[in-house]
Design a protein around this ligand. Structure first.
Ligand code: CA2
Length: 145
């Protein structure tokens, strides 16, 4: 049976590849989706990539994942550093949760050094550019085997 992985993306990541390439690179979220889907085909995992600028939408998708998904890969963007609500929602999800950051948040402003989401994440990838998403897919495959 093919298992579904939700790849959730927070605010402003719809601009990926279109602004600030020196920090976030040139690839778009569509490129990320294609790279993750390719890993998914090898690993028998089906990818659903979603992005919202709204905290509540991300929380609704995490609740939906409780019924529909075997694992969650999440880049909560700025909500990483602010959202107890996203942390609480992730705590209701039983499967693996992997946190991805495109940039190396630890090399940036100190307010980016703390993540609420990391309290629930089974693993964190930061500073690998958009390749971090495909790496997270490989790790997800290992965790689900
Ligand atoms: O490095 C990451 O992936 C971040 O989660 C990105 C967030 C930032 O607030 C986190 O501290 C680290 C910002 C996402 C903004 O995305 C943009 C993409 C392209 C152009 C402008 C913004």
């Amino acid at each position: 049976m093919t298992r579904k992985i939700y790849i959730l993306n927070g605010p402003n990541l719809n601009l990926l590849g279109k602004r600030e390439p020196e920090i976030y690179g040139h690839d778009t979220l569509a490129d990320v989706e294609a790279a993750c889907a390719a890993v998914g085909r090898e690993a028998n995992l089906d990818v659903t990539l979603l992005q919202s600028n709204h905290e509540g939408a991300l929380i609704d998708w995490i609740h939906e994942a409780r019924e529909n998904a075997a694992g969650i890969i999440i880049n909560p963007a700025a909500f990483t550093h602010t959202s107890v609500a996203i942390l609480d929602a992730l705590k209701t999800f039983d499967g693996p949760v992997l946190e991805v950051h495109i940039s190396n948040v630890h090399q940036r402003e100190s307010f980016r050094h703390h993540s609420y989401v990391s309290l629930r994440a089974d693993g964190v990838i930061a500073g690998f550019g958009v390749e971090g998403y495909a790496l997270a897919m490989r790790r997800m495959s290992s965790l689900l085997t």
